[in-house]
Design a protein around this ligand. Structure first.
Ligand SMILES: C[S@@+](CC[C@H](N)C(=O)[O-])C[C@H]1O[C@@H](n2cnc3c(N)ncnc32)[C@H](O)[C@@H]1O
Length: 277
């Protein structure tokens, strides 16, 4: 178990153990098609024998790939970035380099980690062109992750397949015994993780492919708001957990919401037996 290197709105690190327990263990492949910062994956107690992590955001996958393959170079690149005397101009310069430059490699990864710490409230928000548009967090000093942290995250990613694809591509690969955890942008909530929409249509598609995956023998657990349109889109699943999690949903943090949250499960017929939602 380790902590993600970047902060992410809706990150699931605190819920990781519960998610792991709800999914159970298996010898199949563990898939996380909307991995983001990896809160649920890095927080697991048991490393899956085989794992595939995906996200449609190429920067997220570029970050995890660089940390997995070149941790020492990421540490070196982090050491070159300032941790004191940070000004809005400096922040904007590094943000522009992040938006204009390549989405791969240790320099890119270190800069993304730095921006996540220096930006406002750890919010990762992109505009329609896929550019990070979070403002400066107004802290002239910041603490960057230690070399040990970077190497621990790299070790957790060793042997893990990382892919920049739509969630459908991974849900379509389901085989008996596979485990899926999906944490998509919530329906009616914050969706600016990456360019591209995630509305009712995408949630309906997710439900359709989750049902098919369960028919093939996989277990599929999905996070979302409790009740309302999400429950309607996910009809046919079972609600296996309910809670309330706060989301910071605006750039200036002024709109902080507490909404009911739920975990929806699609499972092969024989594994049923949890609360019907
Ligand atoms: C709520 S965040 C995941 C947070 C993650 N559980 C964590 O702990 O950091 C949702 C993620 O879904 C990704 N995403 C959005 N649309 C997607 C799509 N169509 N296919 C795959 N990933 C997508 C976003 O880029 C974002 O990283």
């Amino acid at each position: 178990m380790t902590n993600p290197l970047i902060r992410y709105p809706g990150g699931k690190h605190r819920l990781a153990t519960m998610i792991e327990n709800l999914l159970g263990q298996s010898n199949g492949i563990y898939y996380e098609p909307c991995v983001g910062a990896g809160g649920a994956f890095f927080g697991r107690k048991v490393r899956p024998r085989s794992a595939v992590l995906g996200d449609r955001n190429p920067r997220v996958i570029g970050l995890h790939t660089a940390v997995r393959d070149q941790p020492a170079a990421v540490v070196e690149a982090l050491a070159l970035l300032p941790s004191a005397g940070i000004t809005p101009t400096l922040y904007e310069q590094l943000r522009a380099e992040h938006n204009d430059g390549e989405h791969a490699g240790p320099t890119f990864a270190a800069r993304m980690i730095w921006l996540s710490r220096a930006g406002f409230n750890g919010l990762h928000r992109e505009n329609k062109a896929g550019e990070l548009n979070v403002g400066w967090g107004q802290r002239p000093r910041l603490t960057l992750p230690s070399a040990e942290r970077v190497h621990a995250v790299s070790a957790a990613l060793a042997g893990v397949e990382l892919v920049c694809v739509d969630f459908v591509a991974l849900l379509s690969s389901a085989r008996p015994g596979d485990l899926y955890y999906l944490d998509p942008p919530y329906l009616g909530g914050f969706t600016a993780y990456t360019a591209g929409q995630f509305g009712r249509e995408e949630h309906d598609t997710l439900a359709q492919f989750a049902r098919l995956a369960a028919r093939k023998g996989a277990r599929v657990l999905v996070s979302g708001y409790a009740g309302g349109e999400t429950a309607a889109a996910y009809a046919g699943s079972r609600v296996v957990w309910r809670g309330a999690v706060g989301h910071s949903i605006s750039a200036d943090g002024s709109r902080r919401e507490q909404r009911g949250e739920a975990m929806y499960l699609w499972a092969p017929e024989r594994r049923s037996g949890v609360t019907r939602g």
